[in-house]
Design a binder for this molecule. Sequence first.
Ligand SMILES: [Zn+2]
Length: 395
Amino acid sequence: MAAELRQLGLEVRLQPVAVTHWIRGAETATLVEYPGMVPGTTQKIVLTALGGSSSTPPDGLTADVVTVNTFDELTALGRDKVAGKIVLFNELFDKQKAAAGLAFAAYGETVRYRGAGAKAAADLGAVAALVRSVGSIDYRLPHTGFSFPAGIPAGAVTAEDADLIVHLASQGKVRMHLTLTPQKLPDETGYNVIADLKGVEHPEQIVLVSGHLDSWDLGTGAIDDGAGVVIAMETAEILQRLHLRPARTLRVIAWMDEETGGAGSKAYSTEYSADFAHHIAAIESDAGAAHPLGFDVKAAPAAIDALRPVQAVLQSIGATVFQPSTYPPGADIAAMSDAGVPAFGVMQDGRTYFNYHHSAADTLDKIVPSELRENAAAMAVLAYALTNMKDPLPR
Ligand SMILES: [Zn+2]
């Protein structure tokens, strides 16, 4: 990143960030007792460890499985029925919502079980927690992601395996042998890559474009969020190639550690929060690389009015939606947004995003080059307008 951005003529610095060092180990599970089991057989369960998971003993643990759909159901079971068990959260991902364009709403409904399920189960004495994978298509593929460390092993089973376990558990006792041996090692140093294309009139005023550099380990992180990093980098390249000199500074950031706690954005806030008044706007792309529809916007209504000419320019690629948002449209720019900096998230067509998200299938072949170019164009048009409009956006 740093070398590419230097080659584009930007001033680059690497901001050190202490990051969690968690590595995946063995991850296997089998049902060793269940209704209708043929003697001498077992049933393989496909799963993966969640980031932040603790380890089972090296040769695994064996316990009864209890299944719930919601936190309320877990609470209703109480400690008596949960202690010593493996809890499976089976909250369904709403595929119809995703297909209708509300994929992130569907994600929001289910991802809280991935994030907080292990803690809720551990609080009632569970020995491990599993979630149904948070994803919108069923190819017996587990989807990983962050789980708040709860001191117990935490994993995601595939949708098919969740269905099987729930079906069997409705008929009687289900026992699982579970082996998850991830390790938490001492923190490492990673970096935010911060690259400035200096403004010619107001170099102290910043328009920030960004994506995040870290990704989950199962795939290669092409859609989450290699694409976002490339879109931000392309924004600088487009301005340079077209010899457009920004009046304000265009700052490209590749954030470190979006996925496991946001240490990168915290480090940036720690160093630059006193300067947020000079941050004219912040843009992040963290929803893949599919066709852009426009932007989610957290800004004063008058700011959206001021951007009507930008919508007109984006008409030709169909990226004209400027949708007011009540929450920050990007995890890494959330602190800035909360401090009043107008914030924009590229709104990609998310219908297939969660098919691949955080799974082994998040690889470069999922990215359509023409759509990636549309995203870069959309971010570049908005960013250039923000760097060169006469007055900064109203706050
Ligand atoms: Zn992401």
